[in-house]
Structures are given as structure tokens and as C-alpha cells.
Design a protein around this ligand. Sequence first.
Ligand code: FAD
Length: 472
Amino acid sequence: MAPGAMSRWTTSLSEARPVSYWLDDPGRPAPEPALTGPVTCDLLVVGGGYSGLWTALIAKERDPSRDVVLVEGREVGWAASGRNGGFCAASLTHGLANGLARWPGEIHTLERLGARNLDAIEETLARHSIDCDFERTGEIDVATEPYQAEELRSWYEEIAARGLADGIEFLDAHAVREQVDSPTFLAGLHDRRGVAMLNPARLAWGLKRACLALGVRVYEHTPALTLKRYGAGMAVRTPYGAVRARRVALGTNVFPSLVRRVRPYTVPVYDYALMTEPLTDAQLASVGWRNRQGLGDSANQFHYFRLSADNRILWGGYDAVYPYGGRVRAEYDDRPETYARLAGHFFTCFPQLEGVRFTHAWGGAIDTCSRFSAFFGTAHAGRVAYAAGYTGLGVGATRFGAEVMLDLLAGERTERTELQMVRSKPLPFPPEPFAWSGIALTKWALARADAHQGRRNLWLRTMDRLGLGFDS
Ligand SMILES: Cc1cc2nc3c(=O)[nH]c(=O)nc-3n(C[C@H](O)[C@H](O)[C@H](O)COP(=O)(O)OP(=O)(O)OC[C@H]3O[C@@H](n4cnc5c(N)ncnc54)[C@H](O)[C@@H]3O)c2cc1C
């Protein structure tokens, strides 16, 4: 990278605020008061991200007489749910390729349940008048190297042969650039129905409002400190109060689980994003993008990008940073060297947008697990359920996870609970220093593969055979 180019790109970041664009919203609702004193309920939900909010909402929709309490350690939506890319995908398996590799026998069921889940999200937004700029635009995976274009074409042929390409279309270089114009795009795979774009924080806040309207008691700034059996139910202590509940659902994502044995299944991987100022009409016209799809590129180290409702471009991904020790810390949310790299990549992709400035730059922790898609389970003789491990594709899938948690807590056998994906667990991560060394080696090997026509070295091939991986 020429030094002049570097300083041009970093200039574009000079006024970027280090906060999530989505959370930096004057419409941000005031938090609900913290819990002070003892309460009892049928169901306690811990965590006020999408997982917890969907669980509380669906619990009430399934049974309006159920008494539901939700406690959130900080404010609803402040974590991953308020800082993600807003790609709301039907896939429950972190993409079709991952699902097909791991659960080939049930992939058709998983795809059907995922499509139904995305439809149910859309219906819920309408039912509760949740305005989160939901647009069912679809998504295009783009190839930026000739070998990736070949891979996209043969992948398309494979899924078409398996009857899994409904609504998916292969685009050659001309067709993809007709949609969104970058000189780097060589081909694309367009999924027309299976992905929607939305405003992530407004989804979380809208779900909170819907929960409150249905009678869920929501307490913010209320971390659950301990979880113990109490009589026929469970007892949870909070700083100024206590909850006794018949059942508990944990939607605590990458944060240390109140069920200790669940902790080794996830590690926090930090992912970063930039948001531009709104594009002018001329700038937007120079890119095309009339159909407003989300996009992602196809390398192991990939970018994701999309338009906001007011025609800014969100540009994120590429660096996936695992901090030694695997802790979630505010200091990791901000990473100027990653912002500079992302800005450089942005202008390489869209040279016609030279001069555009970024207004926001931020990061957040992703709950990566070794199979990249959620795992589920119960503890304390079925009184507690958990779902975590969405690995960068949880905006849509958390609603499905909420349904699974409620099925498990009800002790019901459903199509969902019978899935191999639901009944099996990923391999846990080893303790340090092995986790850090293994992840560092995998990241190095993935970057090398990207630089060498996608060729996977012995380490990656061994990991593939063991069904182990690293992603964001
Ligand atoms: C930068 C970034 C980009 C992403 N982009 C996308 C994307 O485009 N599409 C996509 O599908 N996914 C994306 N993801 C992932 C997606 O955001 C998550 O999968 C999803 O938000 C997970 O929701 P959650 O409710 O499980 O977790 P969170 O939103 O993290 O919520 C968990 C909540 O639990 C609370 N909590 C934890 N412990 C306790 C406790 N003991 N007591 C009380 N409260 C507690 C936390 O305070 C937190 O609010 C992205 C993630 C990041 C970080």
C-alpha cells in the first residue's frame, strides 16, 4: 500500500466516532429500572440481547398467562445485538456450506425451518409494529479472485443438483456489476429471499417494547450473579434483588455462562465495522445498488457490506481478533489499526467513492464456537436451558434458538428438539495457551489460503476432517 494512499484512507476516519452507529441513535429508549427486592416468576430470562428478548416474547405469545421476568446486566441491545451488520439470514447453520458439511442428512429440514424462522421474524415485526427498517433484499456473495469465481460456480452447481438452490442465482461479472458496481467483482451468488437487512439496535429495542406490552417484567442494569436450585425451581441473585423462578432461560451469548460447563464451548472473537456518511445521489448512482442487497466477499477473511436506510455504507469484517485469555473487555471494542485496514479495503472495492468519510467505527464480541452454529442444552434437571455459539450469524437464528430453549424447558419433543444439530454439541476449546496458539495457527493458515488460490494446508485439512474450525 503506497504511503500516500494510507494517509488518504486514514483521513477518511478522522471524524469517526468509536461507537456503534446503530446505538448512537436519538431514539434510544431509556432503560427500565433495575431490580430491587425479591420477585418470583414462572420463567426468568437472563440476557437482553435477541436471544433473551425472543425467548421472553415467544414465551408470552405461546402462553399469555405465563409470568415472565427478563434481567439484563447492562442495557437491552448494548452488546452484539446492537452493533452487528444487520444481516438477518434464514440460515440456522452459519451458511449452507457449513450446514451441509455438518448435517447433510437434515439439511433440507434445517433450510425449511430457517426459511420459516425468517418469515416468522417478518410477521412478528408487523404484528408488533416494530420499525427496524427490515428490507427483504437478499444477499450476494461476490468473488474477487478468479479461483473464487470458479468455486462459486461449482458450489452453485452442487447445491442446484441437491435441490438446495431455490431462489439462488449465479451471476457472472457483468451481471454482478449490474447490481453493485465494483471493479473487484468477478462473479456472484445471489440469494434473493433468504436474507433481510435491518437496523439491529431498533430490532432489539422494538422487541423490548413488544415484551413490555405483553407484560414481561424487564429489569436493566441487573446482572444475574448466581444461579442455584431452590425447591422445585431456581434462585438467582442480583446486586439489589433476587428472583425465584420455575424455569430459567440463558441468553447470555459470549459472556461467562451461569452454567460453568458451557463456558469452554465459545470464545469471544472481535469483529469490527465502519459506517460512512450518507452517500449523495451521485455517489450512490456511481455504485448502482438499486436493489439494496447485502453483500459479502468469498475469502476466508471476508468483508460484509450493505446500505443503511439513509444510504450510508456499512463495511465490516476481515480481521477476526481473538484476545489471549478469551475475555470480553470494553478495551477490545475499539481497534484503530483494523479501522485503517478496513478503510483501505473499502476504497479498493469502491474507488469511485474516494473522498467519502466514515462517521462511526466500532467492534464487538462474537460468540464463536468450533462448529460456527448454535448449540443448545439444559442443566439442573431440565429447569435451565441455554443457547449460544451463533458465531456471527445470530440475528435471525437467535429466534430459532429461543424456540428451542422454550421447547426444552417445556420438556416437549418437537421437530426442533429432535434435530441432530440440537442434540449434539461442538467440541470445546482447550484452555490457554492452547486455545490462543490453535486459533493463531488457524488464522495464519486461513490468510495463507486466501493468498494462495484458496489452497488449504495440512493444518486446515486436518481441522476440516475433525469438523473443527475458526470463523467470525
Ligand atoms: C460486529 C458484529 C457484527 C455482526 N454481524 C452480524 C450480522 O450481520 N448478521 C448476523 O446474523 N449476526 C451478526 N453478528 C452476531 C449477532 O450480533 C449475534 O449472534 C447476536 O446478536 C447474539 O444475540 P444474543 O442475544 O445471543 O447476544 P447479545 O446481544 O450479546 O446479548 C447477550 C446479553 O446478555 C447479557 N448478559 C450476559 N450475562 C448476563 C448476566 N449474568 N446477567 C444479566 N445479563 C447478562 C449481556 O449484557 C447482553 O446484553 C455480529 C456480531 C458482531 C459483534
